[in-house]
Structure formats: structure tokens, C-alpha cells
Design a protein around this ligand. Structure first.
Ligand SMILES: Nc1nc2c(c(=O)[nH]1)N[C@H]1C(S)=C(S)[C@@H](COP(=O)(O)O)O[C@H]1N2
Ligand SMILES: [Mo]
Length: 546
């Protein structure tokens, strides 16, 4: 075999990067198919299953709880060495590299298919990884072979390899360096080693490998947490909520239901990738201005007397008439009881709660301690919290916008003062305190709808959490306010449906709504934007009757 102009280290690098991309892609596909079908895991599992008992005993005795980690690390080291070697071979003849990758894929496919519970789809991660790995290897080897200038202007200076025109001019996979599919035979004596193009390509490969591994792990992790969530059995509430009165829901087509199903519940958070917390590992630390700092586990929480409460959450970013609000039956530990155990010091006025992913939230201590159902919630509508809504534990505080109360994936509560600490949204232009403003919304008819003339129903929801809604009025075309009939509400902490019959006459009409809370305060007409502390104004819609 001819000696290649591409040095061995460059071939090894190409092989390593191709191998890394192959594994990254395999991990990504495995996250979708089945995390156990990731070939490294499958091979590792197969090795564990196939190794004779004395070997297993030795491994456990030597590495203890880390035996799986050592095994996977061992598989990875072997694969890395093999990939580097295949890369060197591939710079001589690409077919050697392809064949070598395929041989490893055969082992991966075999391991994946022989796992218990394996299905045909389990070959996909390995096959996808192999396909992409072969392509990346060819791509990098091709980049390593720059084409020498057709007319050599000057002899290549030693040590200046890769700084020629091809290397300088083209970062991309431009036509100049793209040799035909077989090399180095074709490049022959014209070939030079193009270090720069190889390194740029390898850097791209490293990014792809890293990103796909990261995403793949993130997604497989959430499957594991889904399984952990499925294994949670929530205890019954010591203080259950009363069954919902019959009259909470008019059951009108198009009217927001009183209870929002978990899958329909609005979601607002800063998390690009959902925090995945194993409830066995979850801890809540309560510290700061307290006499006795506390650390709670999930099991500790479930052992405490639980309270059930219907609470309507609302987002400060909800426009007048918007739908960033939802109502659920929450199950959780009263936060005030936990804080009393910790002994909150007298001059503390803020709870700075932090989520697993570092988001922070500032809640007034007096609101949490005033007897309302402020919860460390574990359940939502009869299920453990969904991952998107804070599994395993979140805060719920009736009457405060979510950004100052409803920390999902909560792991830390620091008792502090508003003049000492700032939560996530405060320096970003939002008010440090955020009591929910009384609001009402028209769901029926929809804004801009065409309505048949005659009797029709105008209906919607209104909320004034922790005070309660006492009246809702509607007016058409700026006429007299008419009292809507109100559905029942189990407590002052939820929204309330309302409805009004209307004799619709042909033409364009404007419909407006306003609510009055149980303290007699009527919702203000004054318009305010959502920032800094919530929108205000009357929801106004237009309809065409014809
Ligand atoms: N960890 C975390 N919790 C968070 C947020 C966040 O960005 N991160 N957003 C808050 C905001 S602004 C709102 S309105 C509520 C929304 O809760 P939901 O997504 O369960 O409806 O969560 C709150 N809790
Ligand atoms: Mo929010």
C-alpha cells in the first residue's frame, strides 16, 4: 500500500469524529425508538448478561455501584481506539473504513436485537448511526485531501501544509476539494494534505456529535422520568376539596370548561429542555431567614397531611381576552405549615424559590402565611404533576400571577427580603409583586364571529382569585349593563363561568364584559399592557349578526 500524504493523526481524527457523530445520531434515534436500543447500552447490557458469574462478581466487588459506568466507559474506549484505527485505514482506502464501521454496526445490531423486549425497530439507532458515520468518514477524508494547484507556483514549504489557496479560500465543502468518490488513487501525486479543511470539517462533526448526543440524552431521560412518574401513587388528601357543585359548568359548546384538562392547560416557562427530576432524588431545601433550615424529600412530602384545592392559575402575560389561564384541582402540602416548622424570622418578607433549572420567583411571605391554600403541589387533576407542569413538585398560590408564585420543578426556597433579593423577571421589567387583576373574558360568540339573528347566548369566564367573583355584566353597543347569570364556584380561588341570553338583531355589534369581585370592586376600564404587572381593561368583541 502506498503511503498516504495524509498523516496518521489526521486519519485517526477523521475516524474519531465519524465515530462520535455515528454514536450521537444513534443516541438521538434511540431516544425516539427506545433508549435501551442505543448500541453502546445494548452492547454493555449484552456483556453484563453474557459475562460469567465470577466476572460479574469481580466487577461488582471492584467497581461497586459504578460497575455500569465502568463498563460503558470501557466500551467507549474500545470503540474510540477502533474508530481511530479505522480512520487511518480509511485515508489509504475508504472501503477499509466503511467495512470496519459496518463490522461494529453488526455487533450493535446483534446486541440490540437480542435484548429482552427487543423489537425490529431497535436496529434503527445502529443503522442510522452507521449510515451517517460512513458518510462523515468519507466527507472528512475527502476534505483532508486538498488538490495541489495545477501549476505549482512555488514548492510547498515544509510546515506550511494546508495554508495553500485551497485551504485559505474555501471553508465550505466547495468543488475544488471534492474529489471523485475514490481517493487517494485519483488524486495520486497531485494530492496534498489540507489540514485546515479537515479541521474545519472535524469541528463541524464535533458540534453535530455533541448536539445529537445532548438532545438524545435529554429525550431518553424524559422517558425514564415518565416511567418514574408512572410509578408514583399519590396518597389521599387529609383535607379533600368538596366535590364540585353540579352548577359549576354550563356545558355550553365553545365555553371554557370549569376544569382544564392537564393536556389543555397552558404552559409558560423558560425551559428549552424540560427539567427531568427523579422523585427519589428530589430535595427541597428551605433556608435563609429561618430558625431551623429544612430539607425535604418527595417521600417526606407524601407522608405529610395533603390538602386538595381548586385553584385557577393565571399568567401575567395574559392579554385582556387571552387564554393564559387554567383551572385545576391541585394536591399538595400546605406551604405555610412547612414554613412554620422552619420558623420564618420576623423581618423576612419574601420567599425566593428556585427551580431545578435555575429560574427564580419571589413570593410575599404574608400572602403564603395568611391561611389561603398555598401549596407545594404534587398532584394535578388526580395525577402526579405532568413533566411540563413541574413534576415532581411545584408551588401553587391562589391570587398571585404564576411568575411570582408558581415555581415548577421547585428545589430551593430561600426566606429573604424583597430589598435584598430579586427574582428572574424583576430585572427584566416586571413588577416584583404580582397580585392577579380581576378579569373577565367572552368565549361565546368568538370575536369576529357571524351569528344568526334571534336568541343566542353570550358566555365566558371571569376571575378574581382569592376574593371571588360576585357579578358579571355585559353590554351591547355601549348600552345598559345587563347582569349575566353566574355558574357556581366552589371557592374564591377559581374562575367562574357566566352567561347571558341575547336577542341578536341583524348588523354589526360590539359586546363588552366586566366583572365585580366579592369586595365590590368593579374591574377597571382603564387599559394597561401586560408589563409590568398584568393587563387591564374590558374585553370587547365585535360580531356580525345576519
Ligand atoms: N421553573 C419555572 N417555573 C415557572 C415558570 C418558569 O419559567 N420556570 N414560569 C412561571 C409562569 S410565568 C407561569 S404563568 C406559570 C405557568 O404554569 P403552567 O406552565 O403550569 O401553566 O409557571 C410559573 N412557574
Ligand atoms: Mo406567567
Amino acid at each position: 500500500m502506498r503511503k498516504s500524504v495524509v498523516p496518521a493523526w489526521a486519519g485517526a481524527l477523521a475516524g474519531l469524529v465519524a465515530g462520535a457523530v455515528a454514536l450521537g445520531v444513534a443516541q438521538l434515534v434511540a431516544a425516539v425508538v427506545r433508549p435501551e436500543a442505543f448500541p453502546v447500552v445494548a452492547v454493555g447490557d449484552a456483556v453484563v448478561d453474557l459475562s460469567p458469574a465470577p466476572v460479574k462478581d469481580w466487577a461488582i466487588a471492584t467497581f461497586g455501584e459504578n460497575d455500569k459506568t465502568v463498563l460503558v466507559a470501557g466500551v467507549l474506549v474500545l470503540l474510540a481506539a477502533a474508530a481511530a484505527g479505522l480512520g487511518v485505514l480509511a485515508t489509504r482506502r475508504i472501503g477499509y473504513g466503511r467495512a470496519g464501521l459496518a463490522a461494529f454496526a453488526v455487533i450493535g445490531v446483534w446486541a440490540a436485537l437480542t435484548r429482552p423486549d427487543a423489537g425490529p425497530a431497535d436496529v434503527l439507532p445502529t443503522v442510522a448511526g452507521l449510515g451517517v458515520g460512513i458518510w462523515v468518514l468519507g466527507f472528512l477524508v475527502r476534505r483532508a485531501y486538498g488538490t495541489a494547484p495545477a501549476v505549482a507556483q512555488e514548492p510547498a514549504r515544509p510546515g506550511a501544509t494546508g495554508s495553500g489557496p485551497a485551504g485559505d479560500g474555501s471553508d465550505g465543502d466547495g468543488p475544488a476539494g471534492d474529489g471523485p468518490s475514490e481517493w487517494p488513487t485519483v488524486h495520486g501525486a497531485d494530492s496534498v494534505f489540507d489540514r485546515r479543511r479537515l479541521l474545519v470539517g472535524a469541528a463541524g462533526g464535533v458540534v453535530v456529535a455533541g448536539a445529537s448526543t445532548f438532545l438524545g440524552r435529554a429525550w431518553s431521560g424524559s422517558e425514564a422520568i415518565d416511567a418514574a412518574r408512572g410509578g408514583v401513587t399519590l396518597p389521599k388528601a387529609a383535607t379533600p376539596a368538596a366535590p364540585l357543585p353540579q352548577g359549576v359548568d354550563f356545558r355550553l359548546n365553545g365555553l371554557t370548561p370549569f376544569v382544564t384538562k392537564n393536556r389543555d392547560f397552558y404552559r409558560v416557562d423558560t425551559a428549552l429542555i424540560l427539567p427531568r427530576i427523579d422523585p427519589k432524588e428530589w430535595r427541597l431545601r428551605i433556608h435563609g431567614m429561618v430558625d431551623r433550615p429544612i430539607e425535604l424529600t418527595y417521600a417526606d412530602l407524601l407522608k405529610r397531611p395533603l390538602t386538595e384545592a381548586d385553584v385557577t392559575l393565571t399568567c401575567v402575560s395574559n392579554e385582556v381576552g387571552g387564554d393564559l389561564a387554567g383551572n385545576a384541582r391541585w394536591l399538595g402540602v400546605p406551604l405555610a405549615a412547612v414554613l412554620r416548622e422552619a420558623g420564618v424570622q420576623r423581618d423576612a418578607d419574601m420567599l425566593l424559590s428556585t427551580s431545578d433549572d435555575g429560574w427564580t420567583c419571589g413570593t410575599p411571605v404574608d400572602v403564603v402565611m395568611d391561611g389561603r391554600n398555598a401549596l407545594l403541589a404534587v398532584g394535578m387533576n388526580g395525577e402526579p404533576l405532568p413533566l411540563t407542569h413541574g413534576f415532581p413538585v411545584r408551588q401553587v398560590v391562589p391570587g398571585l400571577y404564576g411568575y411570582v408564585s408558581a415555581t415548577k420543578w421547585v428545589v430551593d426556597i430561600k426566606v429573604t427580603r424583597f430589598d435584598r433579593d430579586e427574582a428572574y423577571w424583576t430585572p427584566r421589567g416586571w413588577s416584583a409583586k404580582g397580585p392577579i387583576k380581576t378579569q373577565s373574558r367572552i368565549d361565546l360568540p368568538g370575536d369576529g364571529a357571524k351569528v344568526a339573528a334571534g336568541r343566542t347566548t353570550i358566555a365566558g369566564v371571569a376571575w378574581a382569585q382569592h376574593t371571588g367573583v360576585d357579578a358579571v355584566e355585559v353590554r351591547v353597543d355601549g348600552g345598559a349593563w345587563q347582569q349575566a347569570r353566574l355558574a357556581q364556584a366552589p371557592t374564591a380561588d377559581t374562575w367562574r363561568q357566566w352567561a347571558l341570553d341575547w336577542q341578536a338583531t341583524p348588523g354589526e355589534h360590539t359586546i363588552q364584559v366586566r366583572a365585580t369581585d366579592a369586595a365590590g370592586r368593579t374591574q377597571t376600564e382603564e387599559k394597561a399592557p401586560v408589563a409590568p404587572d398584568g393587563a387591564s381593561g374590558w374585553h370587547t368583541i365585535s360580531v356580525r349578526v345576519g
